[in-house]
Each structure stands twice: as structure tokens, then as C-alpha cells.
Design a protein around this ligand. Structure first.
Ligand SMILES: [Zn+2]
Length: 123
């Protein structure tokens, strides 16, 4: 097998792997398997990071430095794994949702108790 031939085989395999991986999505909320042919899949991305209050810093100059620092951290996070930085500082979450769960999620993204749960229906 020539080197080029080996390369072609490798990339074909990678393509196959990627396609196979794509089939195995399921809704993170109701656990329903999502068929890429029939089902729309929604991706929810959440970023949770510690907010630094600018007024707690000594001067405006430091304030600017601090923001750049955070920007730096966030940029570095894009290529490295987030393990270096604790979950309490920065956390990125990703969920796959089916169309029905997407609707539910949008209505109540923070999972708050609904008005119904507070007994609004009692009067
Ligand atoms: Zn669902």
C-alpha cells in the first residue's frame, strides 16, 4: 500500500467514524433517540462564569486589565480542556434537545417552579 493510499483509507475511516457518531444523538432531557433523518436536533450551549464586579477593583486601569485577563482565560479555554480552571470559575455545558424539549426549555430555562406549582389555580 502506498503512503497516499494509506492516507486516503485513513480519512475515509475518519469520515465513517464521524458519520457513525452523528447518529447516536439523544435528547438530554427526555432521553429520546434523535434520528438525524427525521428529527430536528437543538443544541443548547451554556456558559457559566464567575462575574467580577468592576467596582470592587482599585482603579479603572486595573478594571481594564482584569477584563482582558478574563478574556484571555476564555480564549485559552477555547483550545484547551477546561480542567485547568475550576468549575466554580468557568463552566461550559452543552445539551442536545428534541423539538418538544426545546420548547419546554425555552419557556423555563432555569427550571424554576411554574406558576401552577404555586397554586395559582386555586382561586
Ligand atoms: Zn426531548
Amino acid at each position: 500500500m502506498s503512503f497516499v493510499e494509506a492516507l486516503i483509507r485513513m480519512s475515509a475511516f475518519a469520515e465513517f467514524q464521524r458519520e457513525r457518531d452523528m447518529i447516536h444523538y439523544s435528547c438530554d432531557l427526555c432521553k429520546r433517540e434523535l434520528d438525524p433523518q427525521d428529527d430536528l436536533r437543538y443544541v443548547v450551549k451554556m456558559e457559566i462564569f464567575a462575574a467580577f464586579d468592576p467596582s470592587s477593583l482599585d482603579s479603572e486601569e486595573q478594571d481594564r486589565d482584569h477584563l482582558e485577563e478574563i478574556q484571555d482565560i476564555l480564549e485559552r479555554l477555547e483550545d484547551s480542556s477546561s480542567e485547568e480552571i475550576g468549575d466554580d470559575v468557568y463552566q461550559q455545558l452543552r445539551f442536545d434537545l428534541c423539538p418538544e424539549c426545546r420548547k419546554k426549555f425555552v419557556k423555563n430555562p432555569l427550571g424554576r417552579e411554574t406558576a401552577k406549582a404555586f397554586g395559582f389555580s386555586s382561586n
